[in-house]
Design a protein around this ligand. Sequence first.
Ligand code: SF4
Length: 216
Amino acid sequence: MTEDTKKYWHTSSFGGLVENIRKVKDEKKFNHLMDCLDSSITELETFPAGGDRASAIHIAIEKSKEEWWDKFSKQKTQISCRAGCAFCCHIMVAVTDDEASLLADKVRSGVSIDMEALNRQAAYGEDSSEVWLTKTNNETRCVFLDPEKKQCRIYDSRPASCRNYHVLSPAAQCDKESFPEAKVTICTVPDAEILASAAMNVSKVGSLPAMLLAKL
Ligand code: SF4
């Protein structure tokens, strides 16, 4: 591993890929991962910045996940995430500037959000995952989560961070109020993580509320 790899190390809460790459001891595998990341960054740089680039990445992430689940279908059956389970929609979501543009378009086109909550959560800061952990579920509910149906109002346009969050541990343990000490285990789909990380290399990254508010 060389000093060059540092350019891929993000400080946002979405650091899964970074941590995983750093743990790879096999040099051949490590170099392959870095090559994949490099080529994804190079390809993304040819796209104009904005919501369309975010959508293109989202499509590529879904495709890579489908291919992964085809290969590892047993692992897919172990994922505990279910419709109507939305505890993960109360932790800080990191989004790219491109994704913030996409989400702002959704709001402008009529998706309703709680502006008071957006302002309050944006004030936690752009890199505020530690602050979010000190708040109650009620305070940290994502502005796009329908509280009655417990469904994402912009599911088809949800950020890469949401798309790549697959939980293997019991779903109830994702409730940080009831299980503050529980460890949540995430299933990583490497290609999808590489795509999300590449997107974060070509675009500014910050918390969903702070980045969205700046676009409205
Ligand atoms: S954008 Fe949607 S999926 Fe992501 S945290 Fe918000 S409500 Fe949940």
